[in-house]
Write a protein that binds this ligand. Structure first.
Ligand SMILES: O=C(O)CCC(=O)C(=O)O
Length: 286
């Protein structure tokens, strides 16, 4: 197997750890995009190898196309996963290659769950921790017409009626992953997402791996700067991810701080409740 990234990149692993603001972005929005650098034709060759597969290898997709493991082992991807899941994170046994032909219809909105209680990896719902992430690799550029993955920022923090959300079409503030070839979209396991309709004339591939936290972190596994704590706490209190009813804001903010604290170990932030209702009365609509 050709080693597609050079020694220099392999050695600069620590430079790929996320910053405090990037971790806050993930806690707030539930996703992070990585663009690992490879030789110019690398992703085209992966696309070709996927196209040549006679059947779907399921979990064995990495054996059928070993280059895909190189993507997930790239220092940029490894750095992001280390930051989110701790340095000893595990790769789950489940993998899946989505092959979306032209004409493929939209999926319904969903959170991923394999619903297999005996599965060693667990895959439980934890909306105030980062226990598991999905990592979606797109070997070709994805345009709006090619069925990009859609997601609702911030939806990983809430449980919602599965049946009700699944029957909805478009959500206000939803985003779609229109991305360059080779992008890896890392999603919190609880985020609401869906593949959208492929109205183009090209096949869109997306390969999905799952990664799991192995242990609780004793300290931040990213590039942490304690001097930023106040700034981060304010972001967790104030940044909007997607429109929501106002009465849920305190719950959202509490979950955000708890999620941060659950991955930060001894660098936990102190949660302070703030009364958002005191102050001026609403003005009459004249
Ligand atoms: O095909 C996509 O973009 C999304 C697929 C998906 O939702 C999933 O694998 O859970």
């Amino acid at each position: 197997m050709i080693n597609v990234f050079g020694k220099e990149q392999m050695l600069s692993d620590t430079n790929h750890l996320l910053s405090d603001d990037q971790i806050a972005d993930f806690v707030i929005n539930g996703y992070h995009i990585v663009a690992p650098q490879f030789q110019s034709d690398f992703h085209e060759r992966v696309y070709q190898e996927l196209n040549d597969l006679p059947t779907n290898p399921g979990d064995e997709i990495n054996k059928a196309v070993p280059k895909i493991d190189d993507v997930y082992e790239h220092p940029a991807v490894h750095g992001a996963l280390t930051s989110l899941l701790g340095s000893d994170y595990k790769r789950a046994a489940h993998r899946h290659c989505h092959k979306n032909h032209p004409g493929t219809r939209s999926q319904t909105w969903h959170q991923d769950s394999l619903n297999i209680p005996t599965l060693a990896d667990g895959h439980g719902r934890v909306s105030d921790h980062v226990q598991s992430v999905l990592a979606m690799y797109y070997p070709q550029a994805v345009t709006e017409k090619m069925g990009p993955t859609a997601l609702i920022p911030g939806s990983h923090l809430f449980t919602a009626s599965t049946d009700r959300n699944a029957s909805n079409g478009n959500f206000r503030d939803q985003v779609v992953a229109v991305v360059p070839a080779g992008s890896v979209l890392i999603l919190h396991y609880d985020i609401w997402h869906a593949g959208t309709a492929n109205t183009s004339d090209q096949v869109r591939y997306m390969v999905k791996y799952l990664f799991e936290r192995a242990n609780e972190s004793a300290e931040p596994s990213w590039n942490h700067d304690p001097a930023k704590d106040r700034h981060i706490f304010e972001r967790l209190e104030q940044d909007e991810a997607a429109a929501m009813q106002r009465s849920l804001v305190s719950k959202r903010n509490y979950r955000r701080t708890t999620m941060w604290n659950n991955i930060a170990g001894k660098a936990a932030l102190k949660y302070e409740y703030r009364d958002k209702w005191s102050g001026d009365w609403p003005k009459p609509n004249l």
